[in-house]
Design a protein around this ligand. Structure first.
Ligand code: SAH
Length: 352
């Protein structure tokens, strides 16, 4: 068991040099004593590299239809208990327009892997949203290089695709029919095409260990990820992982702080899953290294039906309520809502 002095030394090293070895990462991830000093160091690095602005990204959950069968996810193909929906192009563009009216500068288009949205169809929607002068982030799963290219040419700026875990065996066990190599291929293609690339970990998959989470962090560093979103597993009773233990909130928080220390310029969200698990979890995570929040701007019943996991927060609220609520909470922390599109800053842009 490492002593307190050793822990503080490692954190100081990470804060100065932004590197740690796998064993050092593992030691900090596994240590509950490390949590508060890690959060304090990460908050400091966040302030220094990306400032006090919090970027809001308006999340549009436009279809819960999915061809994949991930064993943790409520949208999985085999889940018969989910009422399925798909929004039309005009509805999606309408939500983006409203988000713009509510002061958002980015929308995130997220869905299951719904093949109704051919590359052409989605490209048309992207072009219409780009004409509103919004940044567009896509999060629609695995597609080919050519499909990603068409969307990039249509104006998409960013792409979110969590690797979920870099433990190949765990990945392929819980994402049946999917291959780890193809997931990595997607991330590489997105990078090649000039997207800002977001990825991340689902913390709490059975079989995951502090060592594999340390490897995830090193993978994100190697990929030079622009965004890293992580959240704890919230077992969904309508899935095969329904009775698995939930992901560890504190481990997830330590991981967020370590990500900030090792990828100081990255955009790191305080995810909805954190708040589903702990009231005001997003504020705690914003104070532990994060600088992004993704409020839901989907309207009506679709909010409830986009049920990745149970107990999702704010399903009965309107987008305007969410925007006001988050705005107030961010100000109360002494932070502010950033007014730019929130592209990733690069160290060479900073005079330090
Ligand atoms: N189809 C898209 C979007 C997936 S949903 C894609 O493949 O990228 C977005 C994220 O929700 C997933 O990457 C996963 O990490 C997370 N998620 C799914 N089920 C979850 C659960 N039960 N608990 C917590 N997070 C979950």
């Amino acid at each position: 068991m490492p002593n307190e002095e050793k822990i503080l030394q490692l954190i100081a090293k990470a804060e100065q040099e932004h590197t740690l070895k796998k064993e050092e990462l593992t030691c900090l991830l596994a240590s509950s004593q490390a949590e508060e000093p890690l959060a304090a160091a990460a908050d400091h690095v966040r302030q220094k590299f990306v400032g006090d602005g919090v970027h809001l990204r308006g999340l549009i959950e436009f279809s819960n239809i999915c061809r994949q069968d991930c064993m943790y996810c409520g949208l999985r193909r085999d889940n018969q208990r989910l009422e399925r929906y798909r929004l039309g192009a005009d509805e999606i563009v309408g939500l983006a327009e409203k988000a713009k009216g509510d002061g958002y500068h980015t929308v995130v288009l997220q869905s299951g892997e719904d093949m109704y949205f051919t590359a052409e169809r989605l490209a048309g929607i992207i072009r219409r949203i780009k004409a509103l002068d919004l940044a567009v982030t896509l999060s629609v799963g695995e597609r080919s290089f050519d499909e990603y290219r068409l969307w990039r040419e249509a104006g998409a700026d960013r792409y979110l695709l969590r690797i979920e875990t870099t433990d190949r065996e765990v990945y392929e066990k819980f994402d049946p029919g999917m291959s780890y190599d193809n997931r990595v291929r997607c991330l590489r293609d997105l990078r090649t095409l000039g997207y800002e690339v977001g990825t991340g970990t689902l913390v709490g998959l059975p079989g995951q260990t502090p060592v594999s989470i340390a490897e995830d962090i090193l993978f994100y560093q190697k990929l030079d990820a622009d965004m890293v979103g992580i959240g704890p597993l919230i077992p969904n009773p309508d899935t095969p992982l329904g009775s698995a233990p939930k992901g560890d909130f504190h481990l997830t928080r330590r991981m967020v702080s370590l990500l900030r220390l090792l990828l100081p310029e990255a955009n790191i969200p305080a995810t909805t899953a954190m708040e589903t698990m702990v009231p005001h979890g997003r504020e705690l995570i914003l104070a532990s290294g994060a600088n992004v929040v993704m409020p839901n701007v989907t309207e009506g019943d679709s909010r409830r039906k986009y049920a990745l996991y149970p107990g999702k927060i704010c399903v009965a609220d309107t987008p305007a309520q969410c925007r006001r609520c988050m705005g107030g909470r961010i100000k109360a922390m002494g932070r502010f809502i950033a007014e730019d599109k929130g592209f990733r800053k690069h160290r060479r842009d900073l005079s330090i």
